[in-house]
Design a protein. Structure first.
Length: 295
């Protein structure tokens, strides 16, 4: 997509990351002091703060994300090194700026030979897995298990690569990614080892295609347009004029409106809300097990 606007810069191809250090196995008791915490990393794509009620967004309600914010951390000053989809993933994996990890833009191939945090955890006894969107061009490295979408992946009936082998699936991609994450947590891992699972959703990346369960959820809702939707950039700096490509709003005023005000976006976020609830409910941890503020 070529269209870029001021509203997309903060969270363009962005993510909401939930890093949960729960000792999920045997959660009824207190965590063992000498046992490394389990890590569940939840990644959503193009998830604007306007669609997270913890940030005051009025587009919809996200109680499970809000609970993570309430019991853990809520970042109000957070900057990204590269907000584009694939490059942001490379930065997270390596901890390096794009010029150092070599993945500067979508369409490139990530060098999986370099050091990444899953490799470090694996070398220290963790069992590692990535399930969902990868979008880095190369095969995942540093994981004991991988089940990834091919490229961007579709919203329906996604083919996936299971440890490199193509497998066809029928259903809604957000549901399938959650199902596979839960299946690996339940039966696919060694319960005697700490784990790190990256559960990486395609949603709510455009083009927005909700599940049948939420297809008509916002049919009767009026979603307000942002005040800056039709900004003419008259007061913007040189970089904005030189680098950002805008549609001619006089000829195509609905293009930007569709980017931000399509009820389908809110519906896709609602699908994400339901899937996070499934993960949370299955691995509910007593309050005295490991307080989120200790992470």
């Amino acid at each position: 997509m070529k269209t870029k606007t001021s509203l997309r810069t903060a969270l363009a191809a962005a993510f909401f990351v939930a890093l949960l250090g729960f000792r999920l196995a045997g959660a009824a008791g207190a965590p063992e002091p000498d046992r490394p915490p389990n890590i569940l990393f939840i990644f959503t794509d193009d998830h604007g703060d306007q669609a997270i009620s913890a940030y005051g967004g009025s587009l919809n309600e996200t109680p499970n994300l809000d609970r993570l914010a309430r019991e853990g951390m809520l970042f109000r000053n957070c900057y990204v090194t590269n907000s584009i989809c694939g490059p942001s993933r490379a930065v997270i994996l390596t901890g390096k700026h794009s010029r150092l990890n070599g993945f500067l833009r979508n369409g490139m191939t990530f060098d999986g030979a370099q050091q990444t945090f899953p490799k470090i955890l694996r070398a220290r006894g963790y069992q590692t897995a990535v399930i969902g969107k990868w979008h880095l061009g190369s095969a995942p490295a540093g994981f004991d298990h991988s089940e990834i979408l091919i490229g961007q992946g579709p919203y329906y009936n996604p083919p996936m690569l299971l440890d490199g082998e193509r497998v066809e699936h029928t259903g809604y991609t957000t549901d399938i990614v959650t199902d596979k994450a839960l299946a690996w947590l339940r039966t696919g891992r060694d319960p005697d080892k700490p784990f790190m699972l990256m559960c990486q959703h395609k949603a709510p990346h455009r083009n927005w295609q909700p599940s049948p369960a939420h297809l008509a959820m916002y049919d009767d809702s009026l979603i307000p347009e942002p005040a800056t939707l039709f900004d003419d950039y008259a007061t913007r700096g040189t970089a904005a004029h030189d680098e950002w490509e805008l549609y001619d709003l006089a000829e195509d005023p609905d293009e930007l409106r569709n980017l931000f005000d399509d009820p389908a976006y809110a519906s896709v976020v609602s699908d994400m809300k339901a899937e996070l609830e499934r993960l949370r409910e299955h691995y509910r941890v007593p309050e005295d097990t490991l307080p989120m503020q200790d992470l």
